[in-house]
Design a protein around this ligand. Structure first.
Ligand SMILES: Cc1cc2nc3c(=O)[nH]c(=O)nc-3n(C[C@H](O)[C@H](O)[C@H](O)COP(=O)(O)OP(=O)(O)OC[C@H]3O[C@@H](n4cnc5c(N)ncnc54)[C@H](O)[C@@H]3O)c2cc1C
Length: 539
């Protein structure tokens, strides 16, 4: 049930068992799974508005229009990035029901077995291993395509909630991408990059249903779920702090509906679940006095619980350079509209101190677009290859610049902060250029655009001048083993040293998966729901 406003919510006088903060990718999974028991009262508070009827987030083609600088984006920018010649870059996050799953590019990649096995190792909890999480991938997924030879049917789920499909129409670069795998060494064809072994080049899968975006809002909060009488959803409800109801017990939530309007509080009888994302969750905790107590005191925020890991040094970004555009001698589609990812691939490079989780994990990914990113020059036909560092070693931070909970936090992803990331990006750029030297591209690709000096130094300068981020922040409220003196969360996602509050979103991740991150957010939501139900004996 969508509640009209805070006054209407208060008039209901409901004792909510659970309050979920943030109706994003993971938060909507939790709201759905907890409310499937009709006796459990769930309140979901989302800062943004409705996803309904917003064309830019419904039509897959329009995804690049959904952010930045829109009403559905938090419209953040980073601090000046030393590794990018002091540039600040936009840092998009969904500000709408569905969160970033409502504005993302819909690429569906799970990551590798080693990625999740590393989570299990780092947290000491086997429940985070690939094998343990595998059922959750299937539970999330409603795979709909059936193009033989483009995927492995045995590794997908067909009765889940969130739709995943293969590209619905062919583009002129598809066969060239795939043919190259047999013409060049080092790019093996991978029938399905979501099997846990993503190395190679294969057909892209996306969270698209019947030509429309499948987000956590359209799937987990689809009409049959949002109508549940025990699930209440309040939009435009921006949470400013979580509050103690007794010493060490955090079961109260403070929020506003207007930036200069009154503050409201609402209590949970069982738990508050923070699912405000990798920027939102540490931001709320810090303003609540849960973080590094000396840094908070300096800002005039009373320390409630000293937890230095919140927002600190755990935030691993992904990098992408705007693209290696290639000028084509002909083009078979509509020039501007064809910004569509049709294939993808992930690769390893030999480098001693690399940061990937193991042999099944990539160092970099090449994303192929049948069109140009950013928007193309006035004449000519273009495709792009986007190299992405998927196992970056750089670590950044989310900190506060003021004690105003409505002010933007300071987002420092520290892009290219570790030398190895620059080396891997340089190799990825070379690899992208090499890819189009295969016979499959003869007479099709004329030249690259923008990058003229292809020496190591020339490529590095190009990267520093043009690189940005692919919007996959993680680890700003990371898990560590139970009892560890570092980390912010226990492996069951409870906040260390506090009762009544868990964090469930991408901020919990100790190491980034070498993948796009929405699938992880979904399965974190799925496992967390089971952990919460176990704690409270809910079926
Ligand atoms: C432009 C873009 C493109 C991307 N492309 C892809 C892709 O193609 N494939 C892929 O796998 N991943 C992609 N990602 C990343 C992926 O979408 C995210 O990693 C994932 O959705 C994050 O899920 P989450 O639950 O952690 O956070 P979110 O989905 O961001 O949810 C957080 C929610 O909390 C709300 N919130 C925040 N603060 C407050 C507050 N104070 N009070 C109340 N509510 C609050 C937000 O409005 C939001 O709805 C992309 C991301 C972006 C931004």
């Amino acid at each position: 049930i969508i509640v009209e406003n805070a006054a209407a919510l208060q008039a209901l006088k409901i004792n909510f068992d659970f309050i979920v903060v943030g109706g994003g990718t993971a938060g909507n999974v939790v709201a759905n799974r907890l409310s499937d028991n009709p006796g459990t009262m769930v309140l979901l508070l989302e800062a943004g508005g409705s996803n309904a009827d917003v064309l830019n987030i419904i039509v897959p083609f329009y995804a690049p229009r959904a952010t930045p600088d829109t009403a559905q984006d938090w419209n953040y920018t980073t601090t000046a990035q030393v590794g990018l010649n002091g540039r600040s870059v936009t840092y998009n996050r969904g500000f709408v029901l569905g969160g970033s799953s409502s504005v993302n590019y819909m690429v569906y990649t799970r990551g590798s077995m080693d990625d999740f096995d590393r989570w299990a190792k780092v947290t000491g909890d086997e429940g985070w291993s690939w094998e343990s999480l595998y059922p959750y991938f299937l539970k999330n997924e409603d795979f709909t395509s059936n193009t033989t030879g483009h995927y492995d049917p045995s590794v997908h789920g067909y009765s889940g909630i969130n739709t995943v499909s293969l590209s619905g129409y062919p583009t002129p670069i598809d066969s060239r991408i795939i043919d190259t795998t047999t013409q060049l060494d080092g790019y093996p064809f991978n029938l399905d990059m979501n099997s846990g072994n993503p190395i190679g080049i294969g057909w892209g899968q996306a969270t698209i249903k019947d030509g429309s975006r499948s987000s956590s809002a359209t799937s987990y909060l689809g009409s049959q779920y949002i109508a549940r009488p025990n699930l209440h959803v309040l939009l435009n409800a921006r949470v400013t702090r979580v509050l103690q109801t007794a010493t060490g017990v955090v079961r109260s939530v403070e929020f506003v509906q207007d930036l200069d309007g009154p503050k409201y509080t609402v209590n949970a009888t069982k738990e508050v679940i923070l699912s405000a994302g990798s920027i939102g969750s540490p931001n709320i905790l810090l303003h609540s006095g849960i973080g590094d107590s000396s840094a908070l005191t300096e800002l005039g925020i009373s320390s409630v619980h000293n937890l230095p890991a919140v927002g600190q040094k755990s935030h691993r970004p992904l990098l992408v350079i705007p693209a290696i555009p290639c000028q084509l001698n002909r083009y078979l589609g509509h020039r501007d509209a064809q910004r569509h990812v049709v294939g993808g691939g992930v690769h390893r490079v030999e480098y001693r101190s690399h940061g990937s989780s193991g042999p099944t994990s990539a160092h970099y990914e090449l994303i192929f677009c049948n069109g140009m990113l950013p928007p193309p020059p006035a004449t000519g036909n273009f495709m792009s290859i986007l190299p992405v560092v998927v196992s970056p070693a750089s670590r950044g931070s989310i900190t506060l610049g003021s004690n105003d909970p409505l002010a933007d936090p300071l987002i420092n992803p520290n892009l290219l902060g570790a030398d190895v990331d620059l080396v891997i990006m340089r190799e990825a750029v070379k690899s992208a250029i090499r890819y189009t030297t295969a016979p499959a591209w003869d007479g099709y690709v004329l030249s690259t655009l923008g990058l003229t000096d292809t020496s190591d130094a020339g490529i590095e300068a190009y990267i520093r001048a043009n690189a940005g981020t692919i919007y996959h922040p993680v680890g700003s409220v990371a898990m560590s083993p139970k009892g560890a003196s570092w980390g912010a969360l226990n492996p069951d996602l409870t906040v260390k040293g506090l009762t009544g509050i868990r964090v469930v979103d991408m901020s919990i991740v100790p190491f980034i998966p070498a993948a796009h991150t929405q699938v992880s957010a979904y399965i974190i939501g799925e496992r967390a729901s089971d952990l919460i139900k176990q704690t409270w004996g809910i079926n």
